[in-house]
Design a protein around this ligand. Structure first.
Ligand SMILES: NC(=O)c1ccc[n+]([C@@H]2O[C@H](COP(=O)([O-])OP(=O)(O)OC[C@H]3O[C@@H](n4cnc5c(N)ncnc54)[C@H](O)[C@@H]3O)[C@@H](O)[C@H]2O)c1
Ligand SMILES: O=c1ccn([C@@H]2O[C@H](COP(=O)(O)OP(=O)(O)O[C@H]3O[C@H](CO)[C@@H](O)[C@H](O)[C@H]3O)[C@@H](O)[C@H]2O)c(=O)[nH]1
Length: 332
């Protein structure tokens, strides 16, 4: 009874692997190390280097490791990059997910958990965003994820496999025990970048637009601690194993912070007044994204432990400091 974690050498997958191990599960990580790091795979997990779209490899590792469920994190994640290289995104996020789903179905895997995104909603008409709002992505990244959701929905009807697609809002922070954190080679996320500015890895931070229709003019996002998100995956697995019906669920706290509020929190917690510059709007940024987050609480019994911006920032800063010692920082 092993859980296959694709993308488990990356940011969120490594935290999910830790949460599964903490819950007493067996884990095998499959990662092609295009973005992740071998050292980020928790010590208690088996590791296979390879591509989640490699059907034969996946079939073999399902047999070799006695896999009974899959958590699928592997993918390409940078929204603006997906606009420039859309076909790469459809390949890695949709085509490779199709191959993985095929291998899962053919091997008799009965439970599948998928990393989806608030990006499937595009520019929602209002917030909080509920799961039954229309999926109208405005980037190839969002569309590539939406298509995988739809494949899983159809496959779950045709085959004996239930699934949960978790639609993450803005994931941030790091393992409170310092065992994992965000180490992406091409950081774009606000809290990561602000933490790099506070720890001297970057010279400054740019605010992408302050003329949005929000109280302080900067974009509002629902920041969720990565360890709370990882725990939602463990609960989703238990839910599916107990016969829960397939579903999509938002993962956020149901409240938002503006870019300026996040910057203030990082300055406050770090004690560093790093330079901040105003820049143009980044294309494709909706003004406000806040999760309607009742379903994940009601259906999974999810109770977050880290719904506190200062705590999220503190853990992100601690991780950034620890990366300096590992000498794997990705400078701007
Ligand atoms: N970080 C966020 O805020 C966020 C928000 C919404 C959704 N997501 C989704 O969560 C998942 C994990 O994101 P992350 O932030 O941990 O990113 P990440 O880049 O840190 O991790 C992704 C991992 O997948 C691996 N990978 C990529 N393509 C692969 C392939 N074809 N085969 C095997 N391994 C492959 C990479 O090497 C990396 O280790 C992604 O699917 C992403 O779309 C992330
Ligand atoms: O240096 C920076 C980085 C970000 N931002 C702003 O900060 C906000 C948050 O940006 P970022 O951290 O890059 O996250 P998002 O673009 O909101 O996207 C994340 O959150 C989405 C859900 O809300 C997911 O769909 C995506 O996969 C995930 O990358 C946005 O308004 C950005 O314009 C800045 O002003 N300066």
């Amino acid at each position: 009874m092993t859980v296959l974690v694709t993308g488990g050498a990356g940011y969120i997958g490594s935290h999910a692997a830790l949460a599964l191990l903490d819950a007493g599960r067996h884990v095998v990580v499959l990662d092609n190390l295009s973005q992740g790091h071998r050292w980020a795979v928790p010590a208690g997990a088996a590791f296979v280097e390879g591509d989640c779209g490699d059907y034969e490899l996946v079939r073999k590792l399902i047999t070799d490791h006695d896999v009974t469920a899959i958590m699928h994190f592997a993918g390409s994640i940078i929204v603006p990059e997906s606009v420039v290289y859309p076909l790469d995104y459809y390949y890695n996020n949709t085509v490779n997910s199709r191959a993985l789903a095929q291998a899962a179905v053919d091997a008799g895997i009965r439970h599948f958990i998928f990393s989806s995104t608030a990006g499937v909603y595009g520019e929602p008409a209002k917030t909080p965003i509920l799961e039954d709002f229309p999926s109208k992505p405005i980037s190839p990244y969002g569309t590539s994820k939406m298509m995988t959701e739809k494949m899983l929905a159809d496959a779950s009807v045709a085959h004996d496999m239930n699934y949960v697609a978790l639609r993450y809002f803005n994931v941030a922070g790091a393992d409170p025990k310092g065992r994992a954190g965000q180490t992406s080679r091409k950081a774009t996320h606000l809290i990561k970048i602000a933490s790099q500015a506070a720890t001297g890895v970057r010279s400054h931070l740019e605010i992408y637009g302050e003329d949005y229709e929000t109280p302080d003019g900067t974009c509002i996002r629902d920041y969720i601690h990565v360890s709370d998100l990882a725990n939602a995956h463990v609960l989703a697995l238990e839910y599916l194993e107990n016969g829960g019906e397939s579903d999509v669920m938002n993962c956020g706290y149901g409240r938002g912070f503006s870019v300026k509020e996040v910057i203030s929190a990082v300055k406050e917690v770090s004690g560093v007044d790093f330079p901040v510059k105003l820049a143009e709007r980044r294309p494709g940024d909706p003004a406000a994204l806040i999760a309607g987050a009742d379903r994940v609480r009601e259906k999974l019994g999810w109770v977050p432990k880290h719904d506190d911006l200062e705590m999220i920032v503190l853990h992100a800063l601690d991780w950034e400091e620890s990366l300096k010692n590992r000498q794997v920082v990705d400078a701007a």
